[in-house]
Design a protein around this ligand. Structure first.
Ligand code: IPD
Ligand code: CA
Ligand code: CA
Length: 268
């Protein structure tokens, strides 16, 4: 059953999630400079001892501070129940991290009945932290953020990422081909969580991805929503944490993008 949380509980959750994301970020930053132990989970999909250690740390702290809440994490799994559930990506952008590219993030979302109510995304190398509480707006390092209001596609920076499925990556390449040269630029961040929050604060006008998981989406969807961004799935329905695809950012430009790519054969 859905268990509503009042504003005070949501604010407490955001404050604690932020503190944990900052500490997790300090650990990731320290580990970035050291040799890494890397294992392969799938094509292009890596995991390091740092991903695992940070998730273990977040699990222990969140369980202690929020007894009774569920927890789903990328590395150790968990259940996505209807009650309050933390959804955690301990290190988003692991491929960047292992390559020495300083662009990765810690993502902590709280969902109730699968709906995002708190989101924190922290990029340790840039010392940037996006945060949102449902109904209370979104911020970057404490300053309010709003999504782009771009209307025309030809002024848009569109963030995209290919993910780990060759089929879904093919959808993205088809999309890029269909849009080019009628958007201004494409960017591939290599961290979907940062792609989402870049769209929330207007750095990207739009961000598109065809295969994301709840831990990639939970925090970012809350931040996008609170920043006035559109967040749809690739069929134009409201994006959900289990819906996999996302088209997010400037509402009018997102509508134009969707119109342009409708009819592409996006079926597995
Ligand atoms: C991945 C990154 C990547 C995106 C993948 C994600 P990970 O997360 O966000 O940019 O394209 O779809 O799975 O494995 O680094 O946490
Ligand atoms: Ca990860
Ligand atoms: Ca991820």
């Amino acid at each position: 059953m859905t268990e509503a949380l009042d504003r005070g509980e949501l604010e407490r959750a955001a404050t604690i999630a932020r503190a944990l994301a900052l500490e997790a970020g300090r650990r990731a930053r320290a580990a970035f400079a050291r040799p890494k132990r890397v294992a392969v989970k799938g094509r292009g999909n890596l995991v390091t001892d740092t991903d695992r250690a940070i998730e273990e740390y977040l699990r222990a702290e969140l369980a202690a501070a929020f007894p009774g809440y569920g927890l789903l994490g990328e590395e150790d799994g968990g259940e996505l129940g209807d009650g309050p559930t933390w959804v955690v990506d301990p290190l988003d952008g692991t491929r960047n991290f292992t390559a020495g590219i300083p662009f990765f993030a810690v993502s902590i979302g709280l969902v109730v009945d699968h709906g995002p109510v708190v989101g924190v995304v922290h990029a340790p190398m840039q010392d940037e932290t996006w945060q949102a509480v449902r109904g209370a707006g979104a911020s970057l390092n404490g300053d309010p953020v709003r999504a782009s209001t771009a209307d025309r596609l030809d002024t848009c920076i569109v963030g995209v990422d290919l993910g780990y499925s060759p089929v879904r990556a093919g959808f993205m390449l088809d999309l890029a081909t269909a849009l080019w040269p009628d958007v201004q630029a494409f960017r591939i961040p290599g961290s979907a969580c940062l792609g989402l929050v870049y769209a929330a604060c207007g750095r990207y006008d739009l961000f598109v991805h065809h295969l994301l998981y709840p831990w990639d989406l939970a925090a970012g969807l809350c931040i996008l929503q609170e920043a006035g961004a559109t967040a749809w799935d690739r069929d134009g329905n409201r994006a959900t944490i289990t819906g996999e695809s996302v088209i997010a950012g400037a509402p009018r430009a997102a509508a134009r993008l969707l119109e342009r790519v409708r009819g592409l054969p996006w079926r597995d």
